[in-house]
Design a protein around this ligand. Sequence first.
Ligand code: FES
Length: 516
Amino acid sequence: MIERDGQLKSLWQQGVQPYTTLHTAIENQSYDVIVVGGGITGLSTALLLQEAGKKCLVLEAKNLCFGTTGGTTAHLNTLLDTPYTEIEKKFSKETSREMATAAAAALDLVKRNIEQYNISCGFAEASACLFAQNSKQQKELEEIAHASAAAGLQVELTTDAPPPFRAVKTLRAMGQAKFHPVNYVYGLAKAFESLGGVILQQCQVTDVQNKDGVICTTGKGNFIGRDLIYATHIPPGINLLHLRCAPYRTYAMAVKLEDGQSFNDLVYDMEDPYHYYRSQIIDGTEYLIAGGKDHKTGQEENPAYRFTSLEATVRSHFKFKDIACKWSSQYFESTDGLPYIGHLPGHAEHIYTATGFGGNGMTYSHLAARLLADILLENENPLIKVLSPARIKPVAGFTNFITHNADAVRNFAGKLFSGEKLQELAGIAPGEGKIVQYDGEKIGLVRDKDGQLHAVKPVCTHLQCEVKWNGAEQSWECPCHGARYNCEGKVITGPAVQPLEKIDLGSKSIKPQTAT
Ligand code: FES
């Protein structure tokens, strides 16, 4: 089974083995484009560029689909999470039309990839149904329907609810789809390699030097590129995008329906946060995939409650016995509701990124692939300016932001703690974690599943925010920009690159040491 950035197993990990690459990279080799990140954005972009004659290298720190691609619920939709009403209001009617056109082109690109490279990934077309349950929601729904139609979507308003839900009004958008995201990305990877592209897994980029192009330092040697694309969900290091993207957690579960119930559409209610539903047939079995109960990362003390609450919501609509699997994953919301795709602010001009996809990662990954390919190939695209990360104006007080919290966290160096006392203080069961106050200092303690206690300084190494323990996914999570660490403090996902400071509990005197 492939690994993912969480302890819980998603539906897409079941029975899927790690991808085996065809090629090995040669150290100091030069490439036209280096793509950092082996998820759906990285592979779809690399494939388009390789097709266009660029020589591309994909560097993935873990295994393909380790990040959010392995934990998505994979809705392919042009009915975007940021409604067209809002895009019209915050941007313009023209931008609304351009976004709808680009989202439709993104879905066409998925279809083209599947057909051209014969990718077996359970792709099926479906409608998206957004339904209102009261008059307030109905009014909003009618406005969304109007703006969606004006943007170019094929939509209809009906009084029929998508079964088994009840609704006063439903917006049905045609031309949406669903698929198995990991099988799809494996298909992209195969196609990319067949065209001469190179993928390196377990190959973390530890440094990027700008010279005439870039020199990427990795555990497998240095690689040289003319252009570099961070397809890492959020770019690593410190930049303005961390101020303009907020991390959120969402919860999902897959169940086998009883009584011959079947479910084809992509369905969304209008609660806040909303719930989403769709199905997928895997090896002849149909699973209902439901999700929701979102919250800002690090702001839920008890993630298990979110799963219980989601299960109760799903059971109020569907009959099923067991939950086949449940998992959570992370996404980033941009400040203005549209993704940031293009040149990475504050970096050399040949460094690009794509982030802030909200709940539309499957669609925006391909929109980003097209847009980044157009930028690098010097093609025109009306969204280059609209989605440019440079649309962010410099933020007053940015320097203060970088140092915020830093003063609040005193250095642990030289402090001595009694291991026995700490263990008494902790009183935590296997799998649990908490922050304890000891001798005026905060210490992050976790007892792993084998009973071993781990202690870290609970301060994110990105910009010094305090991390929180997520017992469901067994990770320390940073509420500021979404960095995640395992129980030992090692980085699971960026933007942090350095591990949490580890505190040795092996002796009576506990001195700080660096995790490796
Ligand atoms: Fe930025 Fe933690 S991810 S402070």
